[in-house]
Design a protein around this ligand. Sequence first.
Ligand code: AKB
Length: 314
Amino acid sequence: MKSTTILVIGACGQIGSELTIALRKRHGNANVIAADRPAEISGEARYRQLDVLNMSMLADLVRQEQVTQIYLLAAMLSATGEQNTGAAWKLNMNGLLDVLKVASAQRLDKVFWPSSIAIFGPGSPKHLCPQDTLTEPNTVYGISKRAGEYWCNYYFEKHGLDVRSIRYPGLISYTSPLGGGTTDYAVAIFHQALEQQSYSCFLEEDTCLPMMYMPDAIRATLELMEAPAEQVKIRTSYNLSALSFSPCDLAAAIRKHIPAFEIAYRPDSRQAIAAGWPASINDVSARLDWGWEPAFDLETMVSDMLENLGAIKR
Ligand code: AKB
């Protein structure tokens, strides 16, 4: 049987840093290569420096290491992307096209690529936003993700490439670095709550957004990638849902653990991005096709975050 060698591109980022660890637990350290832009990472043995926009470097690496699966996680998220529209488009779009071309030319087994709830826009249904509906993304990040979804489907249809994707909601983690997204407030709030018992929020108090705790997001990714190919019926990208809350819901849940916690609202340009996204997502296809079910609700996510982040800060 052919052995599995996995390349994680963007291994130092928000999802990549945790997914690399999870993949290594599953497939063994020797079979998972972490790749990112820095020349080296301390304590990282199986690491290669890689700029995903350098396609010949990527093709050489895949060939030399006999890579069989790629997880492409390098991207510029919504808020940072609006500040650097050209660079965001280039990284998000050309990075994906490079990976699809190399994976297809070298006949890789599987590719994973993340999409986002940012593919939806102001005209999309606000509540329980369905898998197939009006999208009209209004950020460069969202446009690149929607176009990328169609490229994934194209490579599946035309080249038989087994590419799989999830539309992640905002992700909350106690170890990952912030990603430069509109949902970053839901991570920053925990750091500030523990450090100074107060937080100044860049979204309005009642802006409800779909969110997910990182352990659920990592498990979903592994479950989708391990599902038999015939169960993966959507080759653009799957809606995925776990939690939906507003800054004021989150503040109230934190206050149950830290009664003195205070929050102030000073919305900035990220409010307009958030206002165009759905408040909640219908993920029935992921549940039916490959058995997705989230484990964390708002209460359990908040207590786990405070416990683990508190331990790191002590
Ligand atoms: C962002 O806020 O840009 C990301 C996302 C929802 O994809 N977290």
